[in-house]
Ligand binder design. Structure first.
Ligand code: CO8
Length: 258
């Protein structure tokens, strides 16, 4: 286990857990958090014993945004030249499915980080928002793009222009979260969901995640072409033969991730 400064990272079965741990700053995302989350996620992604990742925070905060104190004195040119927070793109690009388990605040960069994950489980205490407008800026880690795709243009505009927070029930109605669970059950539910995912064949998980990403990034015609090819390519895996044989033989499949 690697000794990180701002996160905890551990393995439970086939699930890699990353827990944000800056309790004094409500898990505000500074460059150390970014470097460490990206490092942990990249290591899990390179390990075929891992089939899913859970990203979580504390009971009070998933993450209350990018670290305002770290950014406050930067100039526009410095933000551009540093590509401040650019490495988050590497987290968004991991092949392994990521489940965000959100309790408490998921604001600004925290909401944007949750939206880089594939599944968002929310405790009934979760609060989502993009309050950057209150700081004289706008979302900068994908919020204007991913929130609009998640909840539609009018809901996204209202949230981003007013900076107001929405509770877990509203976020679920809006389509931002996969499921809301009682706060006390959040980590168990995240474990169950991630373990279920991690029990599938890795090649099909990677293909499903990539095809879902293609749906966000391309036209319907391109996306359908991509899906058709990816679907056909899976017929050259041993796991496809095993999955379909297991169905015919009325037994659970034993995937070898080949
Ligand atoms: N950055 C730095 N420190 C923070 C942050 C933050 N985002 N959020 C909270 N903290 C710190 C507080 O300063 C405080 O520290 P201290 O005790 O040393 O003063 C500690 O965490 C506890 O916070 P509060 O006392 O404020 O706790 P409350 O329970 O009273 O309030 C809130 C909780 C409502 C969540 C409040 O802390 C808050 O409003 N936080 C800021 C939320 C926010 O504006 N987030 C957006 C940040 S900007 C952003 O995310 C841009 C992303 C894109 C960047 C892309 C760059 C390329």
């Amino acid at each position: 286990m690697i000794d990180y400064e701002t996160i905890r990272s551990e393995t439970r079965g086939r699930v890699g857990w990353i827990t944000l741990h800056r309790p004094d700053a409500l898990n505000a995302l500074n460059t150390t958090v970014m470097r460490e989350v990206v490092d942990a996620a990249t290591r899990f992604d390179a390990d075929e014993r891992i089939g899913a990742i859970v990203l979580t925070g504390s009971e009070k905060a998933f993450a209350a945004g990018a670290d305002i104190k770290e950014m406050a004195d930067k100039s526009g040119l410095e933000m551009t030249m540093d590509d401040h927070f650019g490495a988050w793109a590497r987290f968004a690009a991991v092949r392994t499915p990521v489940v965000a388990a959100v309790s408490g605040y998921a604001l600004g960069g925290g909401c944007e980080l949750a939206m880089m994950c594939d599944v968002i489980l929310a405790a009934d205490t979760a609060r989502f928002g993009q309050p950057e407008i209150n700081l004289g800026v706008i979302p900068g880690m994908g919020g204007t793009q991913r929130l609009l795709r998640a909840v539609g243009p009018y809901k996204a505009a209202e949230l981003i222009l007013t900076g107001r927070m929405m509770d877990a029930a509203e976020a679920e109605r809006a389509g931002l979260v996969s499921r809301v669970v009682p706060a006390a059950d959040l980590l168990d539910e995240a474990d169950k969901t991630a373990s279920t995912i991690a029990g599938k064949s890795l090649p099909s998980l990677y293909a499903a995640k990539a095809a879902l990403a293609a749906a966000q990034e391309s036209s319907l015609a391109e996306g359908l072409r991509y899906e058709k090819q990816a679907f056909a390519a899976l017929f050259d895996t041993e796991d496809q033969k095993e999955g379909m044989a297991a169905f015919r033989e009325k037994r659970p499949p034993h995937f070898t991730h080949r």
